[in-house]
Ligand binder design. Structure first.
Ligand SMILES: [Zn+2]
Length: 480
């Protein structure tokens, strides 16, 4: 059966403000339970919320960066429901009059740009956190997270594949990180995603019955959960079963979705305007000021990297997904390194170390294995033929944590590439003499044996031989 999936995503992004949205408590992640709390975020009766101006500015930044209209006047609303992590019995959110509406994101899928509409972005307060593990017969609640500012970013049901949904999430996270308003850490819950997914026979325009999936805490989980759910719904459709509108939880261990509640038990939140907060007026002058401070965003930067540095679209995309990586690359190039080679070094050697050591967990990578200027110098030395790539790789751990200049280290330790013909001819002659079998194979037409012989010469010279020259001399010796 040929079906088309229809996917919409709802993201909750915790904002990097210092204090909470309606009180002066710290909004920092972690800390001993219930230490960042006060009567306001504990939901005591009789207290009044005071709106954090930074939260409004961050919401407007997000709205402008995603091409939304910023409402001149918007309103907070009470969303009523009972749960132990919400002592007030309601969450302050926005409902009929959100601050941002009608934007879009352009996402790259397999080299093609797809536009995904944004329905709205609104502000709300986070809830506390139930802790079930510590005591077998009791649940505890930590209210440190209660009142931490959130943006809820709701997409239109515009995505048609798992790959598109993944690209949308990565693009959105990248923009929020560029704006420096959210660290995008899915594991710590500062970037959370719920998905709405339905399937319909290809060519159909009416929407199928949608299912909401919750409890996914990594990009991989979102992609796996969507793939699972699309397959499950497609099967049901093929068997002529009727799907029910419901909320399902992703079980990461069993890799399946499970029904949590069906529509009959759906909440009626009884929204009404929050009487303790005035309507929010976003003056045009404030919006203009914020617009003027927006950084260059990933899209524009990617295009500029292709244009100014002649990078491939793929390389430019990898380098601009994170602002700190793009900044690092540009600083290395500014130190005099050729852009294409620098891009290769950043994408392979540097990012491999960053990922292995999980240095990219933070919003900004601080502990780069090399300072950008050191990388720039190192790449320039390889490019000029002064040292081999192998030598350059070995120098990375030795330069780490120092401010030594790579050129000075190379000179001090005699690591420069050997391009001296006489010296290399001797090494080549030695290798040819020691590997008679391989030499015979090569002469019999086995061209790829040459690689092995080049490797032997490199080994004999401690990795310092100029590989091009070694090849040339080897061919000459083998012909003779
Ligand atoms: Zn508080």
């Amino acid at each position: 059966m040929n079906v088309e999936p229809v996917i919409g995503l709802e993201v909750h992004a915790e904002l990097l403000t210092r204090s909470k949205i309606f009180c002066a408590c710290s909004a920092a992640f972690g800390g001993p339970a219930n230490t960042n709390v006060c009567p306001v975020c504990l939901g005591m009766p009789g207290v009044l919320p005071v709106l954090n101006r930074r939260v409004v500015e961050f919401a407007i930044r997000a709205g402008l960066a995603t091409h939304c209209s910023i409402a001149p006047s918007s309103r907070f609303a009470r969303k009523n429901y009972f749960y132990p992590d919400l002592p007030k019995g309601y969450q302050i959110s926005m409902y009929e009059l959100p601050i941002c509406t009608g934007g879009h994101l352009d996402v790259l899928v397999d080299g093609e740009t797809r536009r995904v509409g944004l329905t709205r972005i609104h502000m709300e307060e986070d809830t506390g956190k139930n802790i079930h593990e510590t005591h077998a017969d009791a649940s505890l609640v930590d209210f440190n997270r209660s009142g931490v500012p959130l943006l809820e970013i709701v997409s239109e049901p515009d995505m048609r594949s798992v790959a598109e949904a993944g690209a949308y999430l990565r693009t959105l996270r990248s923009i929020l990180q560029y704006l420096e308003i959210c660290d995008g850490n899915m594991e710590e819950g500062s970037f959370r995603c719920d998905a709405n997914v339905s399937v319909r026979p290809a060519g159909e325009t009416a929407l199928g019955t949608k299912v909401e999936i919750k409890n996914m805490n990594s990009f991989r989980a979102v992609e796996k959960a969507l793939a699972y759910e699309i397959a499950r719904q497609t099967d049901a459709l093929a068997r002529g079963e009727r799907l029910v509108q419901e909320t399902r939880l992703w079980d990461a261990e069993r890799e399946e979705t499970r029904s949590m509640r069906s529509k009959e038990y759906a909440h009626d939140y009884r929204y009404f305007p929050e009487p303790d907060l005035l309507p929010l007026v976003a003056a045009a002058a404030l919006v203009d000021d914020i617009r003027a401070t927006l950084p260059e965003l990933p899209d524009a930067r990617r295009e500029r990297f292709v244009r100014d540095y002649q990078l491939s679209a793929y390389d430019a995309d990898v380098l601009t997904q994170r602002k700190d990586v793009a900044d690092y690359f540009e600083a290395a190039v500014a130190a005099g390194a050729p852009p294409k080679e620098t891009a290769n070094w950043v994408m392979t050697e540097l990012l491999r170390i960053v990922r292995d050591e999980k240095l990219d967990r933070q919003l900004v990578i601080r502990d780069w294995p090399l300072a950008p200027a050191q990388l720039g110098r190192l790449v320039a030395l390889v490019q000029a033929g002064t040292i081999t790539r192998a030598t350059a790789k070995e120098l990375i751990p030795r330069l780490r944590g120092t401010d030594r200049d790579p050129g000075e280290l190379v000179a001090a330790e005699g690591l420069a590439q050997v391009s001296d013909r006489a010296a290399l001819e001797a090494a080549v002659a030695g290798v040819v003499a020691q590997h008679a079998a391989q030499v015979a194979e090569f002469r019999a037409g086995k061209e790829r044996v040459l690689g092995f012989l080049v490797g032997q010469v490199m080994k004999a010279t401690g990795g310092k031989a100029n590989p091009q020259l070694v090849q040339e001399l080897l061919r000459k010796a083998l012909r003779g």
